[in-house]
Write a protein that binds this ligand. Structure first.
Ligand code: HEC
Length: 101
């Protein structure tokens, strides 16, 4: 039974991560204003040129979350428009997708 429970939990965690990745990718082009307007991220098909190229910056998830919470330089905070779950999904997605070759 413990082995089966562990298997189920692993399955759940993977499903959760997959849905966060999908949600993050969607938000990258649908958040207001869209990340894609200002950032290049190949996996999202984004070619914005106002902010740093995320494929090159390869920010850790915590750094993405901080930027979304507080804003940074010319980039607005998304605290008012994105839920904590949305910010977590974007943070995971951007940190992973920017490292894809
Ligand atoms: C209006 C344009 C604009 C939009 C929209 C925008 N950004 Fe940015 N972003 C910038 C600029 C400009 C910087 C660089 C700020 C600086 O370093 O002064 C930046 C920086 C960042 C950084 C690096 C933060 C750091 O710690 O150096 C990350 C990560 C990031 N943006 C992610 C996102 C994500 C994810 C979204 C969508 C939810 C988004 N950005 C939307 C313009 C934008």
């Amino acid at each position: 039974m413990p082995a089966l429970a562990a298997l189920c939990l692993t399955g759940l965690a993977q499903a959760d991560e997959a849905s966060q990745m999908a949600r993050g990718k969607e938000l990258f082009t649908t958040a207001t204003p869209a990340c894609a307007l200002c950032h290049t991220l190949r996996d999202a098909g984004a070619e914005g040129a106002i902010g740093p190229v995320l494929d090159e910056l390869q920010p850790e998830a915590a750094r993405v979350a901080r930027a979304l919470q507080n804003g940074v330089g010319a980039m607005p905070s998304f605290k008012a428009t994105l839920s904590e779950d949305d910010i977590a999904a974007l943070a995971l997605y951007v940190s992973r997708a920017s490292r894809l070759k």
